[in-house]
Ligand binder design. Structure first.
Ligand SMILES: C[S@@+](CC[C@H](N)C(=O)[O-])C[C@H]1O[C@@H](n2cnc3c(N)ncnc32)[C@H](O)[C@@H]1O
Length: 297
């Protein structure tokens, strides 16, 4: 393959054929480690040894588009070619899991809303900042906006909600605020009627709620995107660390620590834990949920 002739954005007619041929190719253990480590260093996502075949399948779809016939050549392309950065951006959506839905793990979000209300009452807080890191198509951030609206928080103060994700494609979906019934599978009928307009198979989110959330592209293991934020009241990073290595989690939560206000909190997914990884956050247990708060470093 001649790198100069590559056009990664236009799929050749025989891409599908090439993809199925590449899927059959064996990814050697050596190539697997090179690519797996490169991806891990870039974004924290870690493919365990048992996932060699999964990674091979995901890479082969991009190799077919670029007409790159071997995994080591693809590694060199990612690492050394001038378009390697763009290629990583195209590869990312094939590596991530974007599963999300409205009103997911709701007890934790209710607790967050109650905490913010308490801060208004006790400290007269007038501004809040919340980050949804690994926001996917926006359901989590928009759910929080709906819940804050229902709780009357917007009548009392300003809340900036930012969704951040590494995957540019999924952020376009988030910004469009168009969903399917699948995203609303845990949303009550009344809430759906109040906040969504039905257009055939699509559910269009109410414009007022849509405007309450903004989205930015950012890689959370890179300190720079998080460095744009200071004194954040809450970071939601739910169902992201299940795909990260412990070292990547450690690196990321150190940035979260710097980004959060002293009394800020961190929300992880139910199946995720910082125990045995770091002690810079401690758990705060509540009746049917838990959150993390900063410990004295
Ligand atoms: C399973 S979704 C979680 C969505 C939502 N937080 C929830 O719990 O419903 C995981 C998201 O994390 C994003 N992600 C993975 N690695 C990331 C990174 N290094 N920086 C920012 N986002 C990342 C993925 O693109 C994906 O959209």
């Amino acid at each position: 393959m001649n790198f100069n002739t590559i056009n990664g954005t236009e799929a050749a007619p025989d891409v599908a054929e090439r993809e199925s041929a590449y899927r059959e190719k064996a990814l050697s253990e050596f190539e697997f480690r090179l690519l797996r480590d490169y991806i891990h260093d870039y974004c924290g996502i870690f493919f365990e040894d048992a996932k060699i075949q999964t990674l091979a399948i995901r890479l082969s779809s991009r190799m077919a588009v670029l007409d790159i016939g071997s995994f080591s050549e693809y590694y060199n392309y990612l690492k050394f070619h001038p378009r390697g950065g763009e290629e990583m951006a195209d590869l990312i959506p094939r590596l991530t899991n974007n599963e999300t839905y409205f009103f997911r793990e709701i007890n934790q979000l209710s607790l967050l809303v109650a905490r913010l209300k308490e801060k208004i009452k006790k400290d007269g807080a007038e501004n809040f900042q919340v980050l949804s890191c690994g926001c996917s198509s926006g359901e989590e951030a928009y759910t929080l906006a709906i819940m804050l609206e229902e709780a009357g928080v917007y009548d009392q103060c300003k809340v900036d909600i930012t969704g951040m994700d590494i995957d540019q494609k999924i952020l376009q979906k988030a910004e469009s605020a168009e969903f399917t019934a699948y995203s609303l599978r845990a949303t009550g009928r009344e809430t759906a009627d109040r906040y969504f307009l039905r257009d055939g198979e699509k559910y269009l989110l109410n414009e007022r709620i849509r405007k309450r959330v903004r989205f930015v592209r950012g890689n959370m293991i890179d300190r720079h995107p998080l460095g744009m934020f200071k004194n954040v009241d809450a970071i939601l990073c739910r169902n992201v660390f299940i795909y990260f290595s412990d070292s990547a989690i450690c690196r990321t939560v150190e940035s979260f620590y710097e980004t959060l206000a002293g009394d800020g909190c961190l929300l992880l997914g139910h199946s995720e834990s910082l125990a045995r990884i770091t002690d810079i956050f401690i758990t705060e247990r509540h009746k049917n949920t838990m959150i993390y708060v900063k410990s004295e470093k």
